[in-house]
Design a protein. Structure first.
Length: 573
């Protein structure tokens, strides 16, 4: 008697432990050999080559210095791979964060941003520990496509200045319309050298993608652009002229200034970072699952993302999330497990140690070209067009999310998009929930009838004092009004009302309350309500809301209810 609870508890504890076991531990338990290490080393090196220019470009576009992006990829990438719930996830700075990070740095200063990023890490850690990772997957697809396309537009607009080498007379605004107006007013200051370097960089990236996909096009484009800029002494901005180069090592960890007022001020930004980070990281993990047939542990992944976002700001890094493009590259180059991500972080650190002086010659126009290509790939143009054609509801959600992302802010767009999507879902679900009168779900075959028993259809034909209704579909608050109006229209010439719940998989408190009102109304009129076919879950909800004897009787089926229903008045015999 006492061993069963202990066993169940033991299995429960083991299951919870497995839920938060990093995939690195799982891979090592399965057996990890030299062949696996070689494959992971090649994949890690390839991803590091892709991440090197991209991390610096994202940092600059976010309003930070280029080394901040490298710190993020090194520190954040290590924690995501070492502690995460995905075998192939690559963590680091992501283009999706550029808008939020840039606006936060403008409003709160860089120290305020670091505090917000760290707080977002604690929020992500809490989401993972509370096992809420599965709920984040409920973000509607049109919302994801809408805000991703909106971010792509904003990223591209933020790179126009460096793509064309414009010299602005006023600071570049963060708002989209104001930004375009300022850029348009400065079009006369366009730099042919910067524009040429940008066009050449895009051509190299796109050309190599088509001709030789295995080559690191972004790194080669940046390298060629840096070489030409140095050799021809082109009059354009470089990392060296703008930022003074990049350090050759990681800084010592340090906490940003913390005060209660500052925490309250940056908390909305922290929530926005956590929301976007959770969506991006789990989307990236799902993409990796689709490419490999594996399954990630969403709550473990969120917890690892949280720890990575706590660690990265300690070293002056940016927000960390799973990066779809780098994760997909990791899979395509033959990674075997999380060690490839750990090695990617190590290779980036070695690059910074060895090649930091060379980075000073990288032109900003080349890095802007990298982000221009990234934003083009992010836009999901085919999915956008498909959703516009699929249905009016999806088109409304998509356009609302997209336009609010571009012209308002990302947090508002996600909240509004999800809200509209939820209302459309409720409307669609309510339309699928129906109620029908008097007809048996399936007419009996003569061979199934027991001798001496009156058939179902004969019972309903002779018992005019009985009314039967059958509800089908999820019975929830969205369907209460429609079903309630049907039940309210039932006449007064009946003694027994039978409501069949055999086709109701789910029932909420609003629906249970409406049935309770029907039962009390019937009891007050001297009539009887019988509920049939209710599952144990549905019946439990009904009983909890007071739908019980003496106002209502439960039966297993309509047939059982008819056989035990009160007889008609003697005059009808």
């Amino acid at each position: 008697m006492t061993t069963l609870p202990t066993s169940v508890s033991g299995r429960s504890s083991a299951g919870l432990l497995d839920l938060f076991t990093p995939k690195l531990v799982t891979v090592l338990r399965e057996g990890y050999g030299l062949k696996d290490l070689k494959a992971d080393a090649i994949a890690g090196l390839t991803v590091a080559i892709v991440a090197l220019p991209l991390s610096m470009a994202i940092a600059i576009a976010s309003g930070a210095s280029p080394e901040r992006g490298l710190y993020t990829a090194i520190v954040g990438g290590f924690f995501v791979s070492a502690l995460g719930g995905s075998r192939f996830q690559i963590g680091g700075p992501a283009g999706a964060f550029i808008v939020l990070v840039a606006s936060t740095i403008q409003r709160q200063g860089f120290d305020g941003f670091l505090l917000a990023a760290m707080l977002s890490g604690f929020i992500l850690l809490a989401l993972g520990l509370m096992r809420l990772g599965s709920y984040i997957k409920f973000i509607p697809y049109p919302v994801t496509v809408g805000f991703t396309a909106g971010i792509a537009v904003i990223i591209f607009s933020s790179q126009i200045k460096d793509l064309l080498g414009l010299h602005l007379t006023v600071p570049e605004p963060g708002e989209f319309i104001a930004k375009i107006e300022v850029l348009a007013s400065s079009i006369g200051s366009i730099s042919p050298a910067a524009t040429g370097i940008a066009i050449l960089s895009v051509a190299i990236i796109v050309g190599l993608k088509r001709i030789a996909p295995a080559f690191p096009g972004m790194l080669l484009a940046v390298g060629v652009a840096a070489l030409l800029t140095f050799a021809l002494d082109l009059p354009i901005d470089t990392i060296g002229s703008k930022f003074g180069g990049i350090p050759r090592t990681l800084p010592s960890p340090a906490l940003p200034p913390i005060s209660l007022d500052k925490v309250i001020a940056v908390l909305p930004d922290a929530v926005a970072f956590a929301l976007l980070g959770s969506i991006e990281s789990l989307l990236s993990a799902v993409v990796a699952d689709g490419m490999t047939g594996r399954r990630h542990r969403s709550n473990c992944e969120l917890a690892a993302q949280g720890l990575a976002n706590i660690a990265s700001p300690l070293f002056g890094g940016l927000c960390v999330t799973g990066t779809i493009a780098r994760t997909a590259t990791n899979v395509r180059t033959g990674a075997r497990g999380p060690i490839s991500g750990i090695l990617h972080a190590l290779f980036l650190f070695l690059f910074m140690l060895i090649a930091a002086p060379l980075a000073s010659a990288i032109p900003l126009a080349a890095l802007a070209a990298v982000l221009a290509v990234v934003s083009w790939n992010m836009a999901e143009r085919h999915a956008f067009a498909l959703l516009l054609r699929s249905s009016r509801g999806d088109a409304v959600v998509l356009l609302a999310t997209f336009l609010l992302t571009v012209f308002r802010d990302l947090t508002t767009s996600i909240v509004v998009g999800v809200s509209i999507g939820a209302m459309l879902f409720i409307h669609r679900m309510a339309e699928t929930t129906g109620i029908e009168a008097h007809t048996p779900p399936v007419l009996e075959d003569a061979s199934d009838r027991r001798p001496g028993r009156v058939p179902y259809e004969a019972m309903t034909a002779t018992r005019r004092d009985i009314v039967i209704y059958r509800i089908s579909g999820a019975f929830f608050f969205g369907a209460v009004a429609n079903i309630g109006s049907v039940l309210d229209r039932i006449g007064d010439n009946y003694r027994t009302l039978i409501i069949d719940f055999s086709a109701v998989p789910f029932l909420d408190s609003s629906a249970a309350n409406s049935i309770g009102l029907v039962a009390r109304r019937a009891a007050n009129a001297g009539r009887h309500l019988i509920i049939t076919g209710a599952s144990s879950t549905v019946r439990r909800v009904l009983l909890t809301h007071g739908v019980r004897s003496p106002h209502v009787t439960y039966r297993s089926s309509v047939e059982a209810a008819l056989e035990r229903a009160a007889p008609e008045e003697p005059t009808s015999v």
